[in-house]
Write a protein that binds this ligand. Sequence first.
Ligand SMILES: Cc1cc2nc3c(=O)[nH]c(=O)nc-3n(C[C@H](O)[C@H](O)[C@H](O)COP(=O)(O)OP(=O)(O)OC[C@H]3O[C@@H](n4cnc5c(N)ncnc54)[C@H](O)[C@@H]3O)c2cc1C
Length: 509
Amino acid sequence: MEYDDVVVGAGSAGAALAARLSEDPDRSVLLLEAGADYQAVEQTPDDLLRTWISAGPHDWGFVAKATADREIAYPRGKVTGGCSAVNGHIALRGTPEDFDEWAAWGNREWSFDKILPYYRKLENDRDAEGDFHGASGPIWIERPRRETWQPINKAFYDACREIGYAEAWDHNEPRATGVGPWPRNRRDGVRISTAIGYLHPARHRLNLTIRSFCNVHRVIVEGGRAVGVAVECGGAAQTVRARRVTLSAGAINSPAILMRSGIGPRAELEALGVRCVVDSPGVGANLIDHVLAPVVAIPAPGVPHDPQVTNPVGIRYTASGSNEFNDMQMYALNFFDKSLWIGSELDLPVPSIALAPGLQRPRARGRVSLRSADPNVPAAIDLNYLGDAEDLRRMADGVRLAWRIMNSKRFAPYLKEFVNINAETVASDAAVADFVRANCGTIYHPVGTAKMGPESDPMAVVDQYCRVRGVEGLRVADASVMPNIVRANTNLTCIMIGERVADWMRAQA
Ligand SMILES: Cc1cc2nc3c(=O)[nH]c(=O)nc-3n(C[C@H](O)[C@H](O)[C@H](O)COP(=O)(O)OP(=O)(O)OC[C@H]3O[C@@H](n4cnc5c(N)ncnc54)[C@H](O)[C@@H]3O)c2cc1C
């Protein structure tokens, strides 16, 4: 049989896309997911529901090169819901500047005024109302009440206010900057993934087929048109035909599937024995991620550190000496362990707490490339963190701000001692830069590896409607298409991309 649409990957964007496409009962939609699928909340394992983040049982197990001399584990969700099912459920939007930059780079359909309706459509914000918010979307959003914050979160908030940062009660208000509660896609203690928000209410539809444990190897291209996918399911290699194929396999696997399908940098493909169908040098390039560097301390005896309320409050701010609005974030983690700092070589004392500055406007670019044409060999991921001097400078500035807050009269009483830093480190430019290099880790936000752009940009892989250049009937809709990273955690923006692309695809026959 032939489907109208095959969507590869049931993550943040793919689940939203498949659910919206299948609202049209005359359209047959097949959603293929490499990981497991849990059909109801009651059947879903607890690591996908009530954890802060979950980087264990439902993970691809990637390893990435963080800097020239450090490798880190690089979690990606492998389950329906994708990373939205394992993530830290901070529900933050990019700023108007982010999207107006995409538009200025030749993607006019992505200006802030054009994408705002889709941010609104996806959310059911229980606290904030008005022109910027939605109240009937699939993703429940609420903010942790101050009375639920732990003492160090309150101390963090008070110290930031005393330093002069504004109150940001609604971090998703377009001009918001400063300190306030993180909006969260969590309801009654349960993470609202796209599997729960989008797929569960759509499962009864006869025109939507969701198949788990289906690992898509490549897109089948015939006569310049995508006609289906080659997929391994239950140990058997199979093909599925479709009128249109959309890759929503995330910023690591979507470019990998493109390259295995012969769409990518010609020399790289041919060196691996893959016949080049479209020479597209941008596939896998332009990898961008947010980097963080936690300043870790042991709390004073008796200070609560409840993992269920980790990180309820944070700050979006502009680095000193920077002219880029909100180019930094900082988390106040009253419970800090290895699961939150993947790739660190440090033995963390128990209990530990941390303030973690994170760069939101990195200038360095990394790369995803194939090591082999074999679909079972994971792609090589080179993050190139701190590969730009300004990235390192702003991160060093963030570490010093964390140190200042932790030594403030509000915060200091909650600390026993620092774990990975001291006053001499903070005083020296060279030492603080070394600290950042040695302690940096991921905020888990890779984007940009099949970026959108106008025809004049040779590195653009898709056009602004997310159609792959050079192949009819093939799209990418996920984090890969962002031309630059948003200055916010990326989940809501990926869901928004799924919503936006669904509208265009539904408007087509
Ligand atoms: C540990 C962690 C914590 C995070 N915390 C936050 C947070 O607090 N807030 C926030 O906003 N963002 C957070 N993020 C980032 C955010 O969740 C991601 O940016 C977003 O979910 C990516 O969406 P996507 O649609 O691009 O890809 P994904 O959600 O990764 O979806 C891709 C899907 O495709 C499937 N797939 C991949 N390859 C194949 C294949 N070959 N065949 C079939 N299926 C395939 C995958 O299994 C997956 O289900 C976090 C991410 C992680 C990993």
